[in-house]
Design a protein around this ligand. Structure first.
Ligand SMILES: [Zn+2]
Length: 78
């Protein structure tokens, strides 16, 4: 991710809106949300996807479970 979004990363889609503090908070949370997480059932990495707030599913084994709002296990986020 080098070039024009090097600094703002995933929040580049917001342009100049919402203020830099809010954008950097959103960036931290959303990047944690999209980072590869390990499936609690089949242990495969990077297959978990958030369906909705707190609902996660594994693209490999189809396991769907309730977890944290932004990361599969809410104890991971500080
Ligand atoms: Zn799985």
């Amino acid at each position: 991710m080098l070039g024009r979004t090097r600094k703002v990363g995933i929040t580049g889609r917001f342009g100049a809106r919402y203020g830099s503090t809010v954008r950097s908070r959103v960036r931290k949370i959303e990047e944690a949300m999209r980072a590869p997480h390990r499936c609690p059932r089949c242990k495969s990495r990077g297959k978990l996807k958030r369906l909705s707030i707190g609902i996660w599913t594994c693209k490999k084994c189809g396991y769907t479970f309730a977890g944290g709002a932004y990361v599969p296990f809410s104890s991971l986020i500080k």
